[in-house]
Design a protein around this ligand. Sequence first.
Ligand code: SF4
Length: 297
Amino acid sequence: MDNNKRYNNLNDFLKNKFGERVLKICIDGGFTCPNRDGTCGAGGCIFCGERGSGEHLSADQNIVAPRATQEANKFIAYFQNFSNTYADIEILKSKYDEALQTPQIVALAVATRPDCINEDVVKLLKSYSDKYYVYVELGLQTSNDETAKFINRGYTSDVFTKAVKILNRYEIDVVTHIMVGLPNETIDDVKNTVEFINKHNIQGLKIHSTYVIKNTKLCELYEQGKYTPLTLEEYIESATYVITHISQDVIIHRISGDAPRDLLVAPEWNLHKKWIINGITKKLIEDDLWQGRFFRT
Ligand code: SF4
């Protein structure tokens, strides 16, 4: 077996689809989140930082020019920060339209919460699919509704199921985001979450380790000794479980978190992407494992 092919990675998928390297451009569309503005909750998920993540390019900037010639010719307009379907349809349309102006953009990726997916939003996303590859990233983190309450996620897991069904109906690809090492969770919760997502028709998966960033509720718990992050070895073990138990048809978009260096409190290993990726690859090779090895429907 080709050791580089032990799981389906996003870069290869994009290369096959577009015939060349494709890069993501992270865009801050200026959205907020119903779990922050009081609509369904306040304060946000306990691990969520005040600025979200991403490179904070606004949708109306020329988002491609600085990198186009040096690194790639094709790009994904990736709305990453907070909930990128949480606004009136007209506002969403104008933000997406602005980001797609540049001819080198070949795909539209939108990260959001399942409770911000409805028929109107999906119809809008579908309207771009003739010209662009469109996919939606849905945060799930865990299928355990007790953990969901504890982390203040603000919706139950059946809301995720409903959102996936709408997206499936319109044939928009779904990338699910899960987190390993959430407070009070064990490997059994990871197993249950994998079993849960395997009941859904998803096309992509992001696996993150839980990390602590400054000025969050999780940071308070960490400082009070009430939360201990996973060790790198524990994360590698859990991520390997996930990879080997999901369908071979799923594209793995990410197997490491992307903690902002200036805000990260713990664990320090989270800054070393290579340790994480190489550690998982090494384990897959040593144990002769691959994506979907133990997948059961
Ligand atoms: S849903 Fe996302 S943006 Fe909203 S509070 Fe949770 S992590 Fe932050």
